[in-house]
Design a protein around this ligand. Sequence first.
Ligand SMILES: NC(=O)c1ccc[n+]([C@@H]2O[C@H](COP(=O)([O-])OP(=O)(O)OC[C@H]3O[C@@H](n4cnc5c(N)ncnc54)[C@H](O)[C@@H]3O)[C@@H](O)[C@H]2O)c1
Length: 397
Amino acid sequence: MISIGIVGAGQFARHFAPLFALHPGVGDVYVTDVIPERATALVDECDLTGTFDDVDAMLASDVDAIAIFTQRWTHGPQAVAALEAGKHVYSTVPMAFTVDEVAAILDAVRRTGLVYMMGETSHYNPATVFARDKREQGAFGRVFYVEGDYVHDMDLGFYAAYQYSGGPEWKRTASFPPMKYPTHSVGGVLGALDAHAVSVSCVGIADDRDDGVFDREVSDFGNDFSNASALFEMSDGGAMRVNEFRRVGYPSHIRESRFRFFGTEGSFEQLAEVSVWQDKSGVDDVSADLECVPSMDADDPALRHIAPDLRPAFISGHAPVHDTGRLPDSYAVAPNGHDGSHQFLVDDFVTAVATGTLPPVNAWVAARYTVPGLVAHESALRGGERLPIPDFGDAPL
Ligand SMILES: NC(=O)c1ccc[n+]([C@@H]2O[C@H](COP(=O)([O-])OP(=O)(O)OC[C@H]3O[C@@H](n4cnc5c(N)ncnc54)[C@H](O)[C@@H]3O)[C@@H](O)[C@H]2O)c1
């Protein structure tokens, strides 16, 4: 059994802590947070092993793996420090804030041989799983055009989340550049394909709400783009269009990541509540196959015992396309979320560490899910100039 140290006991960690604790391959689970009360509360809430005073103490301990749940601009240096300390790393998205930070993680993974995994929820989005299966069956023919959207309006949860995350100065970081958080759109597309992005031209759309959030004078990132749209050239000669929208009249709580794949023989298109498979003969409504059905009642006492502070969004259950047979029995009563992905992600990581194998979203895949957006933001800052995307290659066999 492996031990896990969770870094950051904020909003997202509390939905994963019970999954780490319940996994049969995991023993002790520790937590640390710069706000110590958050770490203590999470340990009490989920009946975990204990806390560490800070990350350094956790890295100096004998925990086997570190799970990074800190704010989105902090992951790169933390992942490298953990790898250098001899710890396997699970990191929430994005992999890093700059291309240099991505390169440093890959370098540390190569040198240490430790497991690095990015917890990209879209990799298990039912639409991505469906498209992955169709591609493997050859049903698309040649996939030549794909689209991924992450359409999450600021009014639908993000104001509250950034206030919790950033405290009184929250407006400085609520302006996080949309294309620097690209993995829910790019990852959902590339998770179904055998290709990656090689160049990009991106248009950044300056915000006009004037509430001090996407304000370059206030923003720690000097960012005023609240929406951005990018066109990528792919390694197989195809095209990928990605939208990252934070100001959008769209029901993000129904579906925040949406995908479309066009091939020479078949295509797949997804809207908020409808998904269709199409070929040259007609249309097949596959919405039901992709619908996650909550597996338990939010008030189920057994579930509440495991995760007392769970929001209804985190009992998503699974969709018919998901391979739930591979999950541990202990997840039958357990939280889940983001279209049924959380349980797969934790299981992927624990399995990779236990067996010494590469997880599906390993460092090389994580780089291909992250770097295109980092370069797209740069392109937008340069008025849409088409820029090459550095590639770190395929994961070693
Ligand atoms: N679908 C998804 O994959 C998804 C969804 C939500 C959030 N996330 C990701 O999860 C991460 C966490 O998001 P969140 O909403 O929980 O953020 P949050 O701000 O609520 O929590 C982050 C916590 O980390 C703590 N922290 C920061 N630096 C630290 C350090 N050096 N040592 C110890 N603790 C530290 C903070 O005090 C805070 O409690 C983000 O990277 C976000 O992008 C991913």
